[in-house]
Design a binder for this molecule. Structure first.
Ligand code: G6Q
Length: 545
């Protein structure tokens, strides 16, 4: 039986954290470390080959105790169980939230509306594997009998960011004889640039859209069909050059794609949680079915860790609670994600959607307006590039920006001393952020008095260091699941619904209304505000010139 859960700010642990924050907010990491020689070893956790050093956070043992207490009082364990069980925890859409079922092992049973969904998941995976195998081997031919050399994923949001990120992250494992491109933006430039040097005869489009009605994706898919048919001149070519990933079979066949070449998924997979569903078809073609399954095994290992491990040793729980601590008590507005691995260059963009679309909510599940901060802004770039641009603000600006530094002990491309140099930057940055440089240290270096304030680093900037052996498909799955479950943890504490996205839906509706009004010959009366009306008129007349 679930225990009744008190509203966030009236939980005893929340109140205790408020008082505790006042007591410790002035403490410096320099002093915290000086008082405890074991801290750097103690405040770490490791699971599934992912090592987390969270010692350089502005927390004491008491803070951690209270945060874990807060998780308990928030009913986190019950909520985790409810998600894994397939309860309809996405209440505004009346849906289960079962991305964890996408990586369930064959022997598991997860029942939604009376049906065990695990066999269906594996059926789709098998179908994807068979198709990927045919494309990779050259057995799948284009309409004129040519082997596919280019695969273009058309999708947006959750149907794009995961596939792009995974392709970039796992490029080392990908089949280099096939080009992979990704078209998402409705700006025609995206499509034009992706196809300008390609031949329709050896190009395969994957139209990835859960609903198959998204304006951007359908516009790009229609342009892709026109581009293909301009050369191949036979509607029958569509079946050889287009496949679909969708939950909407009717819409897919309306478009002209053979539903035999449709890869399905389910309404209990949210867009931003779908890179390991059929939405990952481009990933599977790139890295092969075996590597894709290894990625799923990585997701699953982190799922099991999250589901079964006590909070005190639970990586996503620790990370999620630290974000709550900074967002609500230090009032930090952002979190920087800084992967020290060039292959993870799209990981921050991927996490932006995962975190901000999930926890960018201002009402609780039961509709009350929150009185505290929820989802922080996530952003970042790979190291060491970021060090030469925005790190200045993190080190010496006026804002507190908790950082996640992600790194691997081994490089997939060991070149000379590059990797040691890269890794020295990881450790040095985390060290400098935490400990800074005092005015005394700067003076001792012989710096002129006038420059001392400029060269002084306050330090006390918190960071996590996430360290793993090397980047594999399995490791990527673990890292993504780590953040998925951290987001879940935060959402539970904040009592918000992390799995709907009404803000995104709004955008989809608003643009549809304006499209016909942009026609220069349209005489329809404009009924917007005066600014929008004037902008539309200006656009119309500029277009007409
Ligand atoms: C993700 C969001 C959103 C969605 C896109 C594409 O969680 O719902 O980013 O993925 O709007 O939607 P379709 O896949 O339906 O085209």
């Amino acid at each position: 039986m679930s225990e009744a859960v008190a509203p966030t700010t009236s939980r005893p642990a929340w109140k205790a954290l408020e008082a505790h924050f006042q007591a410790i907010k002035g403490q410096h990491l320099r002093d915290i470390f000086a008082a405890d020689a074991t801290r750097g070893e103690r405040l770490t956790a490791e699971a599934t080959g992912v090592f987390l050093d969270y010692s350089k956070n502005r927390v004491t043992d008491e803070t951690l105790k209270l945060l874990f207490q807060l998780a308990k009082e928030s009913g986190l364990k019950d909520r985790i169980d409810a998600m894994f069980r397939g309860d309809k925890i996405n209440i505004t859409e009346n849906r289960a939230v079962l991305h964890v079922a996408l990586r369930a092992t064959k022997d598991q049973s997860i029942v939604v509306d009376g049906v065990n969904v695990v066999p269906e998941v594996h059926e789709v995976l098998d179908k994807m594997a068979a198709f990927s195998g045919r494309v990779r081997s050259g057995e799948w031919k284009g309409y004129t009998g040519k082997k596919i050399k280019n695969v273009i994923n058309i999708g947006i949001g959750g149907s794009d960011l995961g596939p792009v990120m995974a392709y970039e992250a796992l490029k080392h494992y990908s089949d280099r004889s096939i080009n992979f491109r990704f078209v998402s933006n409705v700006d025609g430039t995206d499509f034009a640039e992706a196809t300008q040097d390609l031949d329709p005869e050896d190009t395969l489009f994957i139209v990835a859209s859960k609903t198959f009605t998204t304006l951007e994706t359908m516009t790009n898919a229609n342009s892709a069909r026109a581009w293909t048919l301009a050369k191949l001149k036979d509607d029958a070519a569509v079946a050889k050059h287009f496949v679909a990933v969708s939950t909407a079979a009717k819409e897919v066949s309306k478009f002209g794609i053979d539903t035999a070449n449709m890869f399905g998924f389910w309404d209990w997979v949210g867009g931003r949680y779908s890179m390991d569903s059929a939405i990952g078809l481009s990933t599977m073609i790139a890295i092969g079915p075996e590597n894709f399954r290894a990625m799923l095994a990585g997701f699953h290992a982190m799922d099991e860790h999250f589901r079964t491990t006590p909070f005190e040793k639970n990586l996503p729980v620790i990370m999620g609670l630290l974000e709550v601590w900074y967002a609500d008590f230090f009032e930090a507005e952002t979190v920087a994600v800084l992967p020290y691995d060039q292959y993870l260059r799209r990981f921050p963009a991927y996490l932006q959607q995962l975190t901000m679309e999930s926890n960018g909510k201002h009402v609780t599940l039961d509709g009350r307006t929150v009185t505290y901060e929820t989802g922080p802004i996530y952003w970042g770039e790979p190291g060491t590039n970021g060090q030469h641009s925005f790190y200045q603000l993190i080190h010496q600006g006026t804002r507190l920006i908790p950082c996640d530094l992600i790194a691997f002990c081994k490089s997939l491309n060991p070149v000379g001393k590059h990797h040691d140099i890269l890794m020295s930057n990881v450790f040095a940055q985390a060290e400098a952020l935490a400990f800074g440089k005092t005015a005394e240290q700067v003076k001792a270096e012989g710096v002129a008095d006038a420059l001392v304030p400029h060269k002084t680093f306050e330090g006390n900037r918190p960071s996590n260091v996430i360290l793993a052996d090397h980047l594999t498909p399995e490791m990527l799955g673990k890292l993504v699941a780590l953040y998925e479950h951290s987001v879940f943890t935060q959402g539970v504490v904040w009592e918000i619904g992390s799995f709907d996205q009404w803000g995104v839906e709004l955008g989809k509706v608003l643009a549809q209304r304006i499209i016909p009004e942009l026609d220069a010959s349209s005489s329809a009366e404009l009924k917007h505000d005066s600014s929008t009306n004037a902008l539309i008129r200006r656009y119309r007349s500029c277009k007409a010139k």
